[in-house]
Design a protein around this ligand. Sequence first.
Ligand code: ACM
Length: 267
Amino acid sequence: MILGIVQTNPEFGNVDRNLKEIEELIGPREADLWIMPELATTGYELRGREESLELSEEVPNGKSSKWLHRLCKEKNFYAVMGLIERDGDQVYNGSIVMGPKGLIGRYRKIHLYDKENLRFDKGDIPFMVHDLGIARIGVMICFDWRFPEAMRTLCLRGAQIIAHPSNLVLPYGQAAMVTRCLENHVFAATANRVGTEARDGRTVSFTGRSVVIGTKGELLVSGALASADCMTVEIDPAKADDKAIHHYDDTFGSRRPEFYDKRLGLE
Ligand code: ACM
C-alpha cells in the first residue's frame, strides 16, 4: 500500500484556506492512506478554551469532516486528520479517521501538552485500532509520543501503522519515533507542520521534517524542515505482524509483565 503524509503551513483560524492547502499539496499524488497534522484545520496557539470552542466542529457533521469525506470519496483513499472536536460542551484536540464510506473512528488526545491543558478537555476514548482492510491503524497525537504506553497499547491491540498527526515543537519528537517503532515493530507516520505562531503571549515554532519510520526503526521518508511538503512511500503493513527479533526473542512474546510495575497498567 502507499502511505502519504501532508506537511502543512496553516494560517491560524482560516479553516477554508487550510483545507485548500491540504488539497493542493496532495494534488495529483496517489496514496491509499493520507496522514495530516494535528489541528490541521485551525492552527495551534489557541488563546484558551473559549477560542477552542469557537473554532471547534462536530464530528462527523462539521465542515471539515464533510470536506474530508468528500475528498476520500472522490480520490478513493483513507485519511487521518487533526481538528478541534466539539461534543456538547466538551472540546477535544481530536483526530478523525475517514474513508470513502464516511467516518471510521475518532481519537481525542490523551496526553495534552503544556497550555493545551487550558484549551481542551482531556481525551476520554481508549486507544483503538481501526481495520481499514488495507491495514490496521492506530491513532495518537503529537505529545503522546512522550508516553511509550500509548504506542505500546495500540500495538498490543494489533496496529500495523501508527498514524501520528503532530504539531511538534520539541526538537526530538521525530528521533523518539524511531525508538517507538523499533520497540513495537510497527510503522509510524508522523505528519508534522511548519511555521510560527505568535499568539497567547508567546511565539511557538513548529519543526517540520515529517517522517515515516519502518518496523526496524528505519527512516523511510522525511519532509522539508521549514516548508510545506507532501510525500508518499510504499510499505507492506504485514511486516508489522512479525514481532520476531531473532530466533529466541520476540518483541511482545519475550516481555516479562510479571516483573513490570503494575502502575504501567498495560494489561
Ligand atoms: C504537541 O503535542 N503539539 C507539542
